[in-house]
Design a protein around this ligand. Sequence first.
Ligand SMILES: [Zn+2]
Length: 344
Amino acid sequence: MSTSPSEPAVAGLYFDGRSARPHPVVLSLHGGELSMSGADLWRIETLDSLRLSEPMGEAPRLITFSDGSHVEVRDHARLAHLLAASGQRDSAAVRWAFEPRAVLVALALLVLIAWFGWRDGLPWAARHVAASIPAATVRALSGQTLQLLETRALAPSELDASRQRKLDDALRGLARFEGSPIPHRLLFRTAPRIGANAFALPDGTLVVTDELVALAGDDDEVLAVLAHELGHVHERHGLRLLLQGSVLALFMTWYLGDAGSWLAAAPAALVQATYSREMEYEADDFALRLLRAQGLSSEPLAVMLEKLQAARAGAGKADAAGTWLDSHPRTAERIARLRGQGGR
Ligand SMILES: [Zn+2]
């Protein structure tokens, strides 16, 4: 049988599944059946017994018979015409791939997935990897960061010893979480260049400046700030910031369990990093839990934040420009939040 010139047909190469030899054939469709003809070849198969591969760029499309033999068709356009002329619709995925609007939708979805991966996936991964960093690494990192700060910005405290001891004892009473003491040590330093501040190193070392103690009206205000700092330690915020800041570090630490390679640069990076708003809220919430467990109010923390904000404004430092060391950003929002949920 031959196909008439007006009848839609498409050329292909038939492989019988037994040898690698191609046989040139012509395909045509009649109702629900595919006809294939070539030299010494003749085959008719119902369409629902065949498999048609998806188009993949310039690669030939494969029509596979139930016995495993197949036809390669390079002329996509003619094949599509053949299918259309016989009332056959290509599979949904195939139609989608050629619909420009569908391509745009797929692209937009990809961008969204990438964006959420970056915004949510990275912090999520950092949180999990941070939890697995060995204590020895955390201690080494904290020690090096402290050393960097001691050289650049910190000097011995001038606060009298009895006041230091009183604050230290009070903090020990406060630093309990779910019945267990929170490991920490409190260091007093003066820091004329940094001013009133308190910060936490990942191993639980808390540094409070004489300037902050002077700014506080009483010990409750100092303690409230230190409780907030314990929150940063407990939630491993410093480590998470470091890991989020370097996808490579995150990968190395997770995959090789090797934190050593980024440890050298980590102290400088930590001093430059900024806690996110979510981290500040987490630390505030943690402070609230500690304060409430001792029957204390969160108001001293709100008051202290106001004082710090005013002190910073006086020194000409913008709130948003704050770094891990320099300030706790979004102070106004935090004050409102503290008073909204826990100031009573
Ligand atoms: Zn903070």
